[in-house]
Design a protein around this ligand. Structure first.
Ligand code: ADP
Ligand code: MG
Length: 695
């Protein structure tokens, strides 16, 4: 399929627009405008009232005025560097037009004495004289129509003036085609939105400030168009993902109840609900494509394990992929004993498996002798074959984009998919990033969790901190000490983990302190980790490799050094490593003053709340959606008109409407379906276009 012809003029080079040459076209890219299409969605952010008045008399300066004048005497400068002045007279008073570095012959031609002109610009008082310096507009009366009574103001960049921009936009408007409506008729009517063509015209020709606000009907409609195209893409991806898997997995509950009986606790209500929802998906003919959202420590692993057991109960296999080796090994440690008791074979596969050992595992996997495989991304390597893979769990992922999810679906992996987030994400981001999935939320933590006391401590008080730490470990407590970077050379003033390790060892005793960081050989990392888990070391100095998922209940102190360098979600993740055991827990955020405004705010939010959902909302408010999602992999487009944060309800509407459209018209063949295809092209959702035929 290729782009519909009707859209060609909008995807031509910018130089095809009036007033745009190759040089200007290049400058336009600085404001993300590469083709005429981009100008449609680059809307004015402000406007200037240029309605014509009779006189400037009585105007409170400074103020923009538009007035008809008769040109009077010219006063060229006596001296270099002085301004050129032109007397003008309106219906009731006189004032001056002022020009610096002006060419006399040009001004004489533009403003011939005795003739009438319409001028517009900012009226100011200088030395008691009313004047306009460099009027924005000077036109003859017959050209008066060129000055719109309310002039839109666009985002600009060096080299692109408002005039250039306005001209380019006008030129784009002239080639704007009439497109068949893709929005559901009743919806359009109910919301009172204009058609696309009309909406674009209104948005670019505001008649007052009311037309510039995000809630103006024309703007809401264009925002909806952006959301709708994106959600339609996700809906198409969803359909590809859900396409008949052929196998219905009905768990018997036998293995699950064995495991549950051997646990020292009962699942929370939220865990039970999520397990039920997953069981429903596994039992359905369509493939599961579900996101499990939950705060740090809400017990996502147990939910995943129950899901894996369900497929084993029904005769299949399951795989769980963790983002790091450490985490994969932790899953092995915590789950293997449970699995063994229930007679389930659970194995690990990571990049470290080589040679005959790896070959043996692959063979066992293919013959069905391994029921559950945990591991890193190595579990999805080409030569890893299962006898009957029915469920893939992706643990602790923020960044598992829609295209990667689809890859799982399209590259022959016909199994159900469960993705688990590392920390909660706000509703708006979940919709934009995971709108193709169904969502389960663990909104409840296991009982008995003690709050973590969080304090902000200046690095100047390091000595106090280490004194406190020495006392604590002599009472049998364990602590993490997190440093931002491994190698001092990377950023000279950040303490490296290695240096802090040496320092703490000297202070607390050789054998008491361990170290893990990203650049370490894996075997050393594992040993250090294992010694900490076994309680042989009391303090674990680490970089953020321990950020996600690590679970050592006896560790009750978390020190984060140079905490101002970490993001909110990251700090929340780190703090989530403590507060898991009996002892009261502490999190010390060590910072180097003076703090930036943002750094201070982040640390204060963390001090004030432990609620991951609230922290996520604050993070969104501070950073904005684009930054939080990290565009490259996520597949979420950069919306030009729509705003995810303030228009979440609109995005929700786009989601349900796009799913409904695909349900009613799976091949997008109806008139509206065809129009929606044009929208996908217009919105550059190429990925989606490919999926129409896949469905
Ligand atoms: P996360 O959601 O961050 O991945 P985990 O699955 O690692 O959380 O669980 C955190 C801790 O809570 C683990 O030690 C786990 O054994 C424990 N846990 C899980 N569910 C419950 C429960 N229902 N009651 C008590 N403890 C639980
Ligand atoms: Mg986890």
């Amino acid at each position: 399929m290729s782009r519909p012809q009707i859209l060609f003029p909008l995807f031509a080079g910018l130089e095809t627009l009036e007033g745009v040459g190759p040089k200007t076209a290049k400058l336009f890219t600085q404001i993300d405008v590469e083709k005429p299409r981009d100008l449609i969605f680059t809307l004015p952010y402000s406007g200037v009232d240029r309605s014509v008045r009779k006189t400037v008399l009585g105007v409170v300066a400074p103020s923009i005025v538009t007035v008809e004048v008769e040109i009077g005497r010219h006063f060229p400068p006596h001296q270099k560097g002085r301004p050129y002045r032109v007397n003008v007279e309106d219906a009731e008073t006189t004032f001056q037009l002022v020009f610096f570095h002006a060419r006399e012959d040009w001004l004489k031609k533009q403003l011939p004495t005795g003739q009438r002109r319409l001028v517009s610009g900012k009226l100011e008082i200088f030395d008691g004289v009313a004047q306009i310096v460099h009027p924005d507009h000077m036109v003859t009366l017959s050209e008066a129509g060129d000055i719109p009574p309310f002039e839109p103001v666009y985002p600009l960049t060096a080299g692109i003036t408002l005039k250039t921009m306005t001209k380019a936009v006008r030129s784009t408007m002239l080639r704007l085609p009439e497109l068949v409506e893709w929005i559901d008729g009743p919806l359009l009517k109910r919301e009172g939105w204009p058609g696309f063509h009309e909406a674009v015209n209104q948005a670019h020709n505001p008649v007052g400030l009311d037309d510039l606000v995000a809630t103006a009907p024309a703007r809401v409609r264009l925002a909806y168009d952006e959301f709708f195209a994106h959600q339609l893409t996700l809906a198409l991806a969803r359909r590809v993902m859900r396409r008949g898997k052929g196998i219905v997995s009905l768990g018997t509950g036998k293995l699950q109840s064995k495991v549950l009986a051997s646990l020292p606790y009962k699942p929370t209500k939220a865990q039970e609900r999520a397990i039920r929802e997953i069981a429903g998906d596994l039992a359905a003919e369509t493939r599961m494509n579900r996101l499990l959202q939950g705060d740090v420590g809400s017990g996502k692993t147990l939910v995943a394990f129950m899901a894996l057991l369900m497929v084993v109960e029904s005769g299949g296999q399951g795989v769980m992929m963790a983002p790091t080796e450490i985490l994969a090994r932790q899953h092995l440690r915590s789950l293997q004993p449970l699995a063994e008791d229930a007679g389930v074979v659970l194995e690990i596969l990571t990049g470290r498996d080589k040679g005959s050992e790896r070959a043996a595992k692959l063979k066992a996997l293919k013959s069905g002798n391994i029921h559950i495989l945990v591991g890193t991304h190595a579990v999805f390597q080409k030569d890893v074959e299962f006898q009957e893979l029915r469920l893939a769990v992706i643990d602790e992922q923020h960044r598992f984009g829609v295209s990667q999810r689809m890859e799982l679906g399209t590259k022959g992996l016909a199994s159900d998919v469960l993705v688990m987030t590392a920390t909660p994400i706000p509703r708006s981001l979940a919709l934009a990033q995971f709108g193709d999935m169904d969502v389960s939320v663990l909104d409840e933590k296991p009982p008995g969790r003690k709050p973590v006391k969080t304090a902000l401590v200046s690095l100047g008080r390091l000595q106090e901190v280490t004194d406190h730490l020495r006392d604590a470990i002599s009472n049998g407590r364990q602590a993490y000490w997190v440093c931002p970077l491994v190698d001092e050379s990377e950023v000279s003033d950040l303490t490296s983990a290695e240096e802090r390790f040496t320092h703490l060892r000297a202070l607390l005793g050789e054998g008491k302190v361990g170290l893990v960081h990203g650049q370490m050989p894996v075997a050393e990392k594992d040993t250090a980790m294992a010694r900490f888990v076994a309680g042989e070391t009391s303090v674990l100095v680490a970089t953020t490799v321990i950020e996600v998922g690590v679970d050592v209940p006896n560790a009750s102190i978390m020190v984060v050094e140079r905490a101002e360098h970490f993001g909110l979600a990251q700090l929340h993740q780190l703090r989530g490593r403590v507060g898991r055991g009996e002892a009261a827990s502490t999190c010390l955020l060590l910072y180097q003053g003076p703090l930036s405004e943002g750094g201070k705010r982040r640390l204060e939010i963390l001090r004030d709340t432990e609620d991951g959902f609230r922290i996520a909302e604050e993070d969104l408010a501070m950073r904005g959606a684009g930054d939080m999602i990290g565009t490259a992999q996520s597949g979420v487009p950069k919306f030009r008109v729509a705003d995810m944060e303030s228009q979440t309800a609109l995005m929700e509407l786009a989601q349900s409407d796009s799913r409904k459209l695909l349900h009613d018209d799976p091949k997008l063949e109806s008139e509206r379906g065809k129009a929606a295809r044009v929208l996908l092209w217009l919105m550059e959702q190429d990925q989606a276009i490919r999926l129409i035929t896949v469905g």
